[in-house]
Design a protein around this ligand. Structure first.
Ligand code: ADP
Ligand code: ZN
Ligand code: ZN
Length: 729
C-alpha cells in the first residue's frame, strides 16, 4: 500500500462504468480542492477526462497513482446537498456515482477545455435623456444606444445588435461615463407585479394553509386538483412566501413546451428573478442558470426533469407540476425519475415538496391514502364552470369520414358555428396506421424493427416510427403480386386532411412531431389558436398536457381502444390520465365543454367507472386490484433489459443472469421474455422482470447481480437495469 502524506489522495468520480470513483494524487504544492470541484485527470494510456472530487484520503489501496492534471473550478460546482442527492440516487438506480454525476452535469461542465461561461449582461439607462444627450453629443452610437435603452430597457446587448454590432462595447463605455447600470441578471421592476386581486376558493385556502403550516420541514404534499381548480395560484403564493424569506424555488414541468407558459404566469406575479432550464437551451445558457442558481442570483427556476440536479444557494421548496407525467422518467442512460428525486432531495434538504396533478399517479395516490403524503384536494373549478359533458361514440359499424363518425362531424360543426375551438386528439401521427394487401393479408413491416410501417402522404413514403427508416411505397404486394395494396387506419395527417376538406372555412392546425419540429413552428401554430378564431386543432399527446387553450369547447378523442389490449398492467391508469387530462382542456373559459370519445367499446366498465364516478374513485378501485395482484405500487419492480443481434445469445445471457440471482422468497423473477417490441434497429430485445415485496431485497439482488463475473463475450452484451420502470416496451 502506498503511503502518501495527509489528504493527498483525491477520490475522483468519473463517467466510467467500472468504479464509483478512482484515486489520484494531488501534485505537490497544490492545495487539496474541496469536494464538488471538477478536476482534469489522465486515464489509461492517453485519455484525459473531467472528473469530480468527492473526497480525500491519506491512503489508497492502489499503487502507482497518477497525479491530477488540473483543477477546473475555484469553488465547488456542486454543494454538499446536491452531491448527497447524487450519491443516494446512484445507489438507488444502481449506477456508479460518476455516471450519476455526469448525467446531472450540463454539457458545458463536462467539457475538457475549461472556458468561463459567457456572460450576458443586462443594461439599464440611468438618469434623464437631455443631459445625457449633451454629454454624448460627439458620440453618435453611444447616444443611440442610450436613447434605445432609455426607451426600451433594461436589455441585453444582443437585443441592440441592430443598432450596432458592438453594442456590448458601447454599453461598457456608457457605464464608464456613469450613464448605465449593468447586472448579471435582469433588473427587477417593483411595479411590474400584477395582482389579479381574487379571493382564494375555500379549497385553495385550506390547501395553501396546510402547506404553509409546514414550510420549514420535509413533507410531501399532493395537490390533487381538477383542471382549472387553481393549482398554479397556489404555486405562485408559495413562491411569494419563499421570496419573502430569501429562499429559492424549483418548479418542474414535464415538457419544454410548458416552460414558457408557467414561466410567464409566475413572473407576472412575483418580484423575483426567474430562469428557464431545458434541453433546448445552448450549453452555455444552461451552465449559466446553474451558476446563477448556485450564487443565489435567481429566485425561481422553471425546468424540465434534468433541472432536479441544479445546485441552489438556498432552496426552499420543490414544486412538481403534472407529477403523474411519464416524461419525468428518463428513458435512456441513467433511468431516473425526476419526481422521485425531488422527494429524495426534499428529504435531504428538509424542505417541502409539492406534487400537483389533476390525475395523480397511483404511486403518489397510494402514499396520499396511507397518509405518508399530505393529501390536499381541490374539487371545484375557480370559474365555477361545470365539468364538460361526455359522450361515448360507438365506432362499430358506423360510417367514417377519415376517422370521424358522422355524429362527431356534426358536433364539430355546431361548436365551430358557435365561434368556438375544437381539439381532435389522436395519438398516432402519419397518414395511416398500416399498409396491407387485401388479397393475401401481407402487412408492410420494418426490416429492422418488429413494427408496422406508417404511410406519410406529404412525403409519399412509408416510415418506421421506431427507427425512422424510410421505405418507398410498393406498387404491388411483395408477397402475392396483387395491386390491391392499401393504407388502413387513420393518423393525424389524414385526420387533419379530412377536417380541412370538410371544414374549409376554418383553420385546421396540426400539432405532432412531423408538423411541429421547431419552437418556431410551435409558436406559429399557437398563434393561430391564440388569435381566438374558431378553428380545429389536431394533435397527438404533444397536446395532452397542461397547455391552456381557453376557447376550446369541444374535445374529440379518436382512438384509444389499443389500451384495452395492452399487456402493460398500467395501461388503463395511463389511459384514464390521458382522457381526464384531454377532457380537462374543454371549457376552461366561459363555454360549457363537451367531450366525445370514439370507441368500439362504449360499454366497457373502464368508461363506466371513470366517467360515471371520477378519477379518484376509479383509481381507488384499480389500486385494490393492483394490491390483489401484487403489482406496484404495492410491490417494487425492476427490469433488466438486454439487446443483441442474436436472439439465442441474448436469451442465454439473460438466463445466466436469472440463474445467478440469489434465490429469495421476496422476489419473483419473470423471463427471459421477449420485450413487447421484440426487435428494434436490427437488435433483439429481451428482459427479466423482477417484482418484490421488499425494496431492500430487490436492491440487494440487483447489486449482487452486477458483481457477477462475466465471460469475455458476455461483457460485450449491452444490458441495463431500470428501477421502477414505467413501461415495458
Ligand atoms: P390549474 O393549474 O389547477 O389547472 P389554474 O391555476 O391555471 O388551474 O387556474 C385556472 C384559472 O383560474 C386561472 O386563470 C387563474 O388565474 C384563475 N384563478 C385561480 N385561482 C382563482 C381564484 N381563487 N379566483 C378566481 N380565479 C382564480
Ligand atoms: Zn398480397
Ligand atoms: Zn424500424
Amino acid at each position: 500500500m502506498q503511503k502518501p502524506s495527509k489528504n493527498t489522495v483525491l477520490q475522483v468520480a468519473l463517467k466510467v462504468p467500472f468504479a464509483p470513483y478512482l484515486d489520484y494524487l494531488l501534485p505537490e504544492g497544490l492545495q487539496a480542492p474541496e469536494a464538488g470541484v471538477r478536476v482534469l485527470v489522465p486515464l489509461g494510456k492517453n485519455k484525459r477526462l473531467v472528473g469530480l472530487v468527492i473526497g480525500h484520503s491519506d491512503q489508497s489501496e492502489h499503487k502507482n497513482l497518477k497525479p491530477i492534471l488540473e483543477v477546473l473550478d475555484q469553488q465547488a460546482l456542486l454543494d454538499k446537498h446536491t452531491l448527497e442527492v447524487l450519491q443516494q440516487a446512484a445507489k438507488y438506480y444502481q449506477v456508479n456515482l460518476g455516471e450519476m454525476i455526469f448525467t446531472a452535469l450540463p454539457a458545458w461542465y463536462r467539457r475538457i477545455e475549461n472556458r468561463p461561461i459567457p456572460h450576458q449582461f443586462w443594461w439599464r439607462a440611468k438618469g434623464e435623456i437631455e443631459p445625457a444627450k449633451t454629454l454624448l453629443k460627439n458620440a453618435k452610437k453611444q447616444q443611440e444606444i442610450f436613447e434605445y435603452l432609455h426607451k426600451h430597457g433594461p436589455l441585453q446587448s444582443k437585443t441592440m445588435s441592430h443598432i450596432s454590432a458592438s453594442a456590448a462595447q458601447i454599453c461598457r463605455q456608457l457605464q464608464q461615463k456613469g450613464l448605465v447600470d449593468c447586472a448579471e441578471v435582469c433588473f427587477l421592476e417593483n411595479d411590474s407585479v400584477k395582482d389579479p386581486g381574487f379571493q382564494l376558493t375555500a379549497d385553495q385556502a385550506t390547501a395553501l394553509g396546510q402547506i404553509q403550516a409546514q414550510s420549514d420541514q420535509f413533507q410531501v404534499h399532493l395537490l390533487d386538483g381538477v383542471t382549472g381548480s387553481g393549482k398554479t395560484e397556489i404555486y405562485i403564493r408559495l413562491i411569494n412566501d419563499l421570496l419573502a424569506q430569501n429562499k429559492q424555488a424549483l418548479v418542474l414541468v414535464p415538457e419544454i413546451g410548458l416552460t414558457p407558459q408557467l414561466f410567464q404566469e409566475i413572473s407576472q406575479r412575483i418580484n423575483g428573478q426567474m430562469a428557464i432550464l431545458h434541453s433546448g437551451l445552448s450549453d452555455g445558457a444552461r451552465a449559466r442558470v446553474w451558476q446563477h442558481a448556485a450564487k443565489g442570483l435567481v429566485d425561481v427556476v422553471v425546468s424540465t426533469r434534468s433541472g432536479i440536479f441544479t445546485p441552489f444557494k438556498n432552496l426552499g421548496s420543490i414544486l412538481v407540476d403534472e407529477e403523474h407525467d411519464l416524461s419525468y422518467k428518463q428513458q435512456e442512460g441513467v433511468r431516473y425519475s425526476a419526481r422521485d428525486l425531488a422527494i429524495l432531495r426534499g428529504k435531504i434538504q428538509q424542505i417541502p415538496v409539492v406534487l400537483g396533478s389533476a390525475t395523480p399517479s397511483f404511486e403518489t395516490l397510494n402514499h396520499a391514502i396511507s397518509g405518508k403524503y399530505q393529501w390536499l384536494k381541490l374539487r371545484t373549478r375557480t370559474n365555477q364552470n361545470p365539468m364538460p359533458s361526455l359522450t361515448l361514440q360507438n365506432t362499430q359499424s358506423k360510417h367514417f369520414i377519415k376517422g370521424l363518425t358522422a355524429k362527431t362531424i356534426d358536433a364539430i360543426d355546431v361548436h365551430l358555428a358557435a365561434g368556438n375551438q375544437v381539439l381532435v386528439f389522436l395519438n398516432r401521427r402519419g397518414w395511416s396506421h398500416k399498409l396491407i394487401c387485401h388479397d393475401c393479408g401481407w402487412v408492410a413491416e420494418c426490416d429492422d424493427c418488429d413494427a408496422y410501417l406508417t404511410y406519410h402522404k406529404h412525403l409519399d413514403l412509408l416510415k418506421c416510427h421506431h427507427c425512422e427508416r424510410r421505405y418507398s411505397l410498393p406498387e404491388f404486394c411483395p408477397q402475392c403480386g396483387s395491386q390491391e395494396v392499401e393504407t388502413m387506419g387513420v393518423g393525424t395527417e389524414k385526420l387533419a386532411d379530412g377536417l380541412a376538406e370538410r371544414f374549409h372555412d376554418f383553420a385546421v392546425v396540426r400539432f405532432d412531431r412531423d408538423a411541429v419540429k421547431t419552437p418556431a413552428q410551435w409558436q406559429k401554430n399557437l398563434e393561430v389558436v391564440r388569435s381566438g378564431q374558431p378553428c380545429v386543432i389536431v394533435g397527438t399527446q404533444m397536446l395532452s398536457k397542461g397547455h391552456d387553450f381557453p376557447l376550446l369547447s369541444l374535445v374529440v378523442v379518436v382512438n384509444v381502444d389499443n389500451s384495452f389490449f395492452s399487456t402493460d398492467f398500467r395501461a388503463t391508469e395511463y389511459l384514464a390520465q390521458l382522457l381526464v387530462q384531454v377532457s380537462g382542456r374543454a371549457g376552461r373559459a366561459k363555454t360549457k365543454g363537451e367531450v366525445i370519445i370514439q370507441t368500439q367499446f362504449p360499454e366497457h366498465e373502464f368508461f363506466q367507472m371513470l366517467f360515471k364516478a371520477n378519477y379518484q374513485t376509479f383509481a381507488q378501485q384499480q389500486l385494490l386490484e393492483r394490491d390483489a395482484m401484487r403489482f406496484p405500487p404495492y410491490t417494487h419492480m425492476a427490469i433488466i433489459r438486454g439487446q443483441h443481434r442474436s436472439e439465442r445469445v441474448l436469451d442465454e445471457f439473460l438466463q445466466k443472469l436469472a440463474n445467478g440471482m440469489q434465490q429469495s422468497e421476496d422476489i419473483s423473477v419473470m423471463g427471459p421474455l421477449p420485450a413487447p417490441m421484440q426487435k428494434r434497429q436490427k437488435l433483439y430485445r429481451m428482459q427479466l422482470i423482477l417484482n418484490s415485496n421488499d425494496r431492500r431485497s430487490l436492491h440487494q439482488t440487483i447489486y449482487q447481480l452486477k458483481q457477477l463475473p462475466l465471460a469475455q463475450g458476455e461483457q460485450q452484451i449491452p444490458w441495463f437495469v431500470d428501477i421502477d420502470p414505467v413501461n415495458f416496451d
